[in-house]
Design a binder for this molecule. Structure first.
Ligand code: FE2
Ligand code: FE2
Length: 294
């Protein structure tokens, strides 16, 4: 059993500083085996913003899997975006654009989907895709295998398919037999779901997990939140995943576990399961499969 916390879209430079200490406290309370940060560390990619982001993530638990977002390149200046690119991200956050964590239960890879153009969209190149496929193919199947990107490969119907990463169908077809769970951010709306809704990959549906924005002011109508994942491998009665969504509660100045969703690996791939354990009395239920009520 492994616990992975996913935070995303911190947007230092356009964030609420009052949320930082409670976020750190909540993560420490959960005590993850791995911390994932799925991009958009900063707002405009200035040096000061990156220093603030670096100083904060240095206070969080390790190991960490970090991937850049589209805001981690100079955002509005296309010339700087092309010439400076990810150099400040590499200087202050990490030089590793293919981060990896592996133990005897889980394997997590991160990949960079952010590009100079389009400034909001993203893509995964053929070379990246083949490298990831080769890396995942070498991982024993009994491990839970996760891929982290900033841009999502899939989203609930209500959030619009135009926001997904470019060439998503190609990537889904290639990765579905090799990957269990896709983690992403970018949309600033949390959700979970099965890729079987939009992609026909018989026997190999993956679960996608979207994180909201943890501390930024760019809330898109949803309260700040992050995800905590409980992962079980094949030897524990079959692979399973429970996603807890932790949401900011302003009146109590704390993050709390608002709702949870469970998925299991069945013969047709990952499918949503009914939770066996009771959900807390103040938790909100999902209004439709794979879409969390906010
Ligand atoms: Fe973002
Ligand atoms: Fe983004």
């Amino acid at each position: 059993m492994r616990r992975v916390v996913q935070i995303s879209d911190l947007h230092f430079g356009n964030n609420d500083p009052l949320l930082l200490a409670p976020l750190r406290k909540a993560i420490e309370q959960i005590g993850p085996d791995v911390l994932v940060i799925s991009g958009d560390f900063v707002e405009h990619a200035s040096e000061g913003e990156f220093i603030a982001a670096r100083d904060f993530i240095r206070t969080l638990p390790v190991p960490q899997i970090l991937v850049p977002g589209n805001h981690d390149l100079p955002f509005y200046n296309l010339v700087s975006r092309a010439t400076v690119g990810l150099s400040l991200y590499k200087k202050f956050i990490t030089t590793d654009l293919l981060p990896r964590f592996e133990d005897d239960e889980i394997c997590i890879f991160g990949a960079n989907t952010s590009r100079v153009w389009p400034i909001r969209g993203g893509s995964l190149s053929s070379m990246q895709l083949e490298q990831l496929a080769a890396e995942f193919a070498a991982v024993p199947e009994d491990r839970v295998r996760l891929l982290v990107t900033h841009h999502p490969f899939d989203l609930p119907e209500s959030q619009g398919h135009r926001l997904i990463v470019g060439h998503a169908k190609r990537s889904i077809n290639r990765l579905a037999p090799l990957v269990d769970i896709l983690l992403a951010g970018h949309i600033h709306l949390s959700s979970t779901g099965s890729t079987a809704t939009h992609y026909k990959t018989a026997g190999h549906a993956m679960t996608f997990v979207q994180a909201g924005t943890a501390v930024s002011n760019r809330d898109k109508g949803e309260t700040n939140s992050f995800n905590s994942l409980l992962l079980k491998g094949s030897e524990e009665g079959g692979k399973s995943l429970i996603v807890d969504r932790w949401t900011w509660r302003k009146d109590a100045t704390e993050f709390y576990c608002k709702c949870a969703t469970e998925y299991r690996l069945e013969s047709e791939g990952w499918t949503r399961a009914e939770r066996k354990e009771p959900v807390p009395a103040d938790a909100e239920v999902h209004v439709e499969p794979g879409v969390t009520k906010s």
